[in-house]
Write a protein that binds this ligand. Structure first.
Ligand code: GNR
Ligand code: NI
Length: 185
């Protein structure tokens, strides 16, 4: 097992469409183990394989609270088969966009099919945090980021800061109060 590097925007690989898993073999099991190790270390509640540079349709998740026993979940080739007309808003973050959080509106309930590590097909109905997180992760498999669901003004600001920081090789500063003020004082 290994902790792998998480890709950060504007890394172009985050825009790839990931390929379905064809066979659940040793390579896929190693990928899943590394994804859990990387996700727990980050820490994050979900991870798509492309976030560690592997363009394969695999998602790991653990929505257990801090005081609860771990609840690791794996979704292979997940597909949204239906979505409610009702929407809900949730403040999202992403390990590929560190320290940026914004409200995102998505369908409140979804039905998802996926394979588990034994290759067994499941169909679940998800709501709440599970629905939000599954939509966020399935977006990653399609090269979509939560930034794509917010206003262009906010998206452009965030992409600009991360692009500048990547060029300088430093961490981006997103906090408004970190900008020097020329008008006050
Ligand atoms: O750790 C994560 N938290 C989170 C919070 C709200 C909505 C979605 C997420 S997923 C994110 C980890 C991540 O980037 N997964 O792709
Ligand atoms: Ni993410």
């Amino acid at each position: 097992m290994a902790i792998r590097d998480i890709l950060i925007i504007p890394d172009k690989r985050l825009r790839l469409k990931s390929e379905p898993v064809k066979a659940i073999d040793a390579e896929v099991r190693t990928l899943v183990a590394d994804m859990f190790e990387t996700m727990y270390a980050a820490p994050g509640i979900g991870l798509a394989a492309i976030q560690i540079g592997v363009p394969t349709r695999v998602v790991t998740m653990d929505l257990a609270g801090k005081e609860e026993a771990p609840q690791p979940q794996v979704f292979i080739n997940p597909e949204i088969v239906s979505s409610s007309d009702e929407k809900s808003v949730y403040e999202e973050g992403c390990l590929s966009i560190p320290e940026y959080y914004e409200e995102v509106e998505r369908p409140e309930k979804i039905k998802v099919t996926y394979l588990d590590l034994d290759g067994k097909t499941h169909e679940i109905e998800a709501d709440g945090l599970l629905a939000t997180c599954l939509q966020h992760e399935i977006d990653h498999l399609n090269g979509v980021l939560f930034l794509d669901h917010i206003s262009k003004l906010k998206r452009d600001m965030v992409v600009k800061k991360f692009t500048k920081a990547a060029k300088k090789g430093v961490a981006p500063s997103l906090a408004k109060d970190k900008e020097p003020s020329h008008h006050i004082g």
